[in-house]
Ligand binder design. Structure first.
Ligand code: BTN
Length: 328
């Protein structure tokens, strides 16, 4: 039996600007109309606003400013279908939680979302600033059972799909900085962190984490973060629709993984990357084995590596690391 709040919230979400009949909801849930009213009252205390009109029913006027677990679950169910989604008010890191749950034998696909992170992790051992309100912190766990070479381009593939989603559905001019940053007008709005448990013959477990600044207020961020980061909301005409955007991103990642798992995405990846590639034809410097190497970025290799044209005329492919625009 599904959670009654989930059923109520999903019905309100599906209705959009229309009303949902209180008696029909009551009948569906096998509770009284007063029971429905009491549940809506509890949801009001959690940040929702509803309009109630006699003989018409209820409609949703406003959703909470911070992610609400059951509403997010309902929104994901709308765009993707039912999924094992765990929403936590706070956790050290959603990637760490996903790893712990995988170790306990939790079924996959699994999505962990947290309202905030106390030890959010970024690439290269960095910290990921993870305050409450306005941001999405999500991790996805799978047991791919595929050989490691087949998994090499998974992060860039998921990144390109999220980037295209933002461009196509929201007209947000998002771009990608290899390997896994999403930027808008030079400022970072999302970062991705992929971690895997690999055995001799296959990738047993895969955790893909994404942090997205949806509507976080730059004035509340530490100075060093505010200088280089932005939010999706800053590039939208009005207030960001937190739950729709978060659910859209989650659904996009889940769909992108299915496509990846069942076929060869390399050609499509290289083509789509071109449309989002912020480094294309730029002179960049990368750290390789602790040494800087400078060249011109000339697109993505099907393996997910960055193709770099060296001044010597040779081309190299970078498979990991950190790059910056400019010379050393
Ligand atoms: C980076 O740009 O350095 C990658 C940042 C990845 C942050 C996300 S937030 C959700 C998930 N949990 C974590 O601890 N990290 C990732």
């Amino acid at each position: 039996m599904q959670d009654p709040d989930h059923i109520i919230l999903r019905a309100l979400l599906q209705a959009g600007d229309n009303f949902v009949s209180g008696s029909q909801l009551a009948e569906r849930l096998g509770i009284s109309r007063v029971g429905i009213w009491a549940r809506l009252d509890k949801l009001k205390a959690e940040g929702f606003e509803f309009e109630a009109v006699r003989n018409k029913g209820y409609r949703l006027l406003q959703e909470p400013p911070q992610l609400h677990g059951k509403f997010l679950e309902a929104a994901v169910a709308e765009v993707y279908g039912s999924i094992n989604l765990r929403f936590l008010d706070a956790i050290d890191s959603t990637n760490s939680e996903a790893e712990r749950l995988l170790a306990l034998g939790e079924s996959t696909p699994l999505v962990i979302v947290s309202g905030q992170q106390t030890k959010g992790r970024g690439r290269m051992g960095r910290q990921w600033h993870s305050p409450p309100q306005g941001n999405l912190y999500a991790s996805f766990a799978w047991r791919p059972g595929l050989p490691y070479p087949r998994m090499q381009n998974i992060t860039v593939w998921l990144g390109v799909c999220v980037c295209q989603y933002l461009r196509e559905q929201w007209q947000i001019p998002a771009g990608l900085k290899w390997p896994n940053d999403i930027l808008i007008h030079g400022k970072k709005v999302a970062g991705m962190l992929t971690e895997a448990r690999i055995d001799a013959d296959q990738t047993r477990e895969l955790v893909f984490g994404i942090g997205v600044n949806i509507a976080g207020k730059t004035k509340d961020w530490p100075q060093e973060v505010a200088a280089v980061a932005s939010s999706l909301e800053a590039h939208l005409p009005g207030r960001a629709d937190m739950h729709t955007l978060a659910a859209g991103i989650i659904g996009t990642v889940l769909n992108a993984y299915s496509v990846f798992r069942h076929g060869d995405i390399s050609t499509e990846l290289v083509k789509q990357w071109q449309e989002c590639d912020l480094l294309y034809e730029k002179i960049i410097t990368a750290e390789v084995n602790g040494k800087p190497i400078t060249g011109q970025a000339v697109g993505l290799h099907p393996s997910g590596g960055l193709r770099l044209q060296l001044p010597t005329g040779n081309q190299v492919i970078l498979h990991s690391g950190e790059v910056h625009i400019g010379t050393a």
